[in-house]
Design a protein around this ligand. Structure first.
Ligand SMILES: NC(=O)c1ccc[n+]([C@@H]2O[C@H](COP(=O)([O-])OP(=O)(O)OC[C@H]3O[C@@H](n4cnc5c(N)ncnc54)[C@H](OP(=O)(O)O)[C@@H]3O)[C@@H](O)[C@H]2O)c1
Length: 259
C-alpha cells in the first residue's frame, strides 16, 4: 500500500468549485472524489450503488451522492442538473465510470459491445453535453478517464480498448471544439490500478490473481498503481491553474507503456 500525500490537500485549489465525479463509489473515482473534496471542492459522486457512494462520502462533508445508472435515458442530464441545483455551478466533469469486458472476437455480440460503449463512450458524451452550458460559464474543464489500453492493443478485450480509444479521440476533438468557449478537455490513461474493475468484469479470483501477477511483472516500477496516485493527476489536469493544457492524454502507468 502506497501512501500519497496529495499536493493540493492543504492549498484548497478547488475552493468554491463544483466537481462531478462518475463512478465515485470505488477505486479511482472514490479516490478522486475524496481528493477534490480535500482540495476544497463541492463534489457530486455518481454511481449505481448508493451504499458505496455513501461510504465514499463518509467523513467528507463536501461530498454528496447521486445514485444513478448512467446508461439510463436522461441519467446524464439529471446528474448534472443535480449538481447545478445544489451549488449553482459546475466547474469540472470527471468521466470516470467505466466497465471492462473480456470478449474475444469469436464471442463478440452486439449486446456485449453495447454494454461497453454505452457506459464508456455514450455516457461521457451525454454528461459532457449536459455539463457544457455550466462549463462555459465557469471556464471549466472535463477530465476523461481512458486507459493505457486506449492506445495499446488488448487481445481478448478489444472493445474495451476501442471504447477507450474513442474516449481519447473525443477528448482531442472536444478540446478543439470547446477551446473558444474557454473549456479545457484532457484525458488520463492509467495503467493497471488496484480497484474493483477486474472483479466487476466477472473474472474469478484465480484469474484476477494471475492477471495481477503478470501485470506486476511487466510494469517497470514493479507494482500496480494505487487509486490515490491516479487521482492526484486527475486533479492536476483539472486544476484551474493548468490554463494552457488541453487536448492531452497523459499516461500514468509505472512505465508499462515503455516496456
Ligand atoms: N483499475 C485499472 O486498472 C484501470 C486502468 C485503466 C483505466 N481504468 C479506468 O478507470 C475508471 C475507473 O475504474 P476503476 O479501476 O476505479 O474500477 P471500479 O472500481 O470498477 O470503478 C468503476 C465505477 O464505475 C461505476 N459504474 C459502473 N457501471 C456504472 C453505471 N452503469 N452507471 C454509473 N456508474 C457505474 C461503479 O459503481 P457502481 O457499480 O456502483 O455503479 C464503480 O464505482 C474506468 O473508466 C476504468 O476503465 C482503470
Amino acid at each position: 500500500m502506497v501512501t500519497i500525500r496529495l499536493q493540493d490537500e492543504a492549498s484548497g485549489t478547488f475552493e468554491g468549485r463544483v466537481v462531478v465525479v462518475t463512478g465515485a463509489g470505488s477505486g479511482i473515482g472514490r479516490a478522486a472524489a475524496v481528493a477534490f473534496a480535500a482540495a476544497g471542492a463541492r463534489v457530486l459522486g455518481v454511481g449505481r450503488r448508493e451504499d458505496a457512494l455513501e461510504e465514499t462520502a463518509a467523513g467528507h462533508r463536501r461530498i454528496e451522492v447521486h445514485p444513478a445508472d448512467l446508461r439510463a435515458p436522461q441519467a446524464a442530464q439529471r446528474a448534472i442538473d443535480a449538481a447545478a441545483a445544489r451549488w449553482g455551478r459546475v466547474d469540472v466533469l470527471v468521466n470516470n465510470a467505466g466497465v471492462t469486458k473480456v470478449m474475444p472476437l469469436g464471442q463478440t455480440t452486439a449486446e456485449g459491445i453495447g454494454a461497453v460503449f454505452d457506459l464508456n463512450v455514450t455516457a461521457p458524451s451525454l454528461l459532457a453535453r449536459a455539463a457544457l452550458p455550466h462549463l462555459r460559464d465557469s471556464a471549466g474543464s472535463i477530465v476523461n478517464i481512458s486507459s493505457t489500453y486506449g492506445h495499446r492493443p488488448l487481445p481478448g478485450a478489444a472493445h474495451y480498448a476501442a471504447s477507450k480509444a474513442a474516449l481519447e479521440q473525443l477528448t482531442r476533438s472536444w478540446a478543439v471544439e470547446l477551446a473558444s468557449a474557454g473549456v479545457r478537455v484532457n484525458a488520463l490513461a492509467p495503467g493497471p490500478t488496484e480497484s474493483q474493475a477486474l472483479a466487476s468484469a466477472g473474472l474469478d479470483e484465480t484469474t484476477i490473481a494471475r492477471i495481477k501477477a503478470e501485470e506486476t511483472a511487466r510494469i517497470p516500477l514493479g507494482r500496480r498503481g494505487e487509486p490515490a496516485e491516479v487521482a492526484a493527476w486527475i486533479l492536476r489536469l483539472a486544476d484551474p491553474a493548468s490554463t494552457w493544457l488541453t487536448g492531452q492524454v497523459l499516461t500514468i502507468d509505472g512505465g508499462l507503456e515503455l516496456a
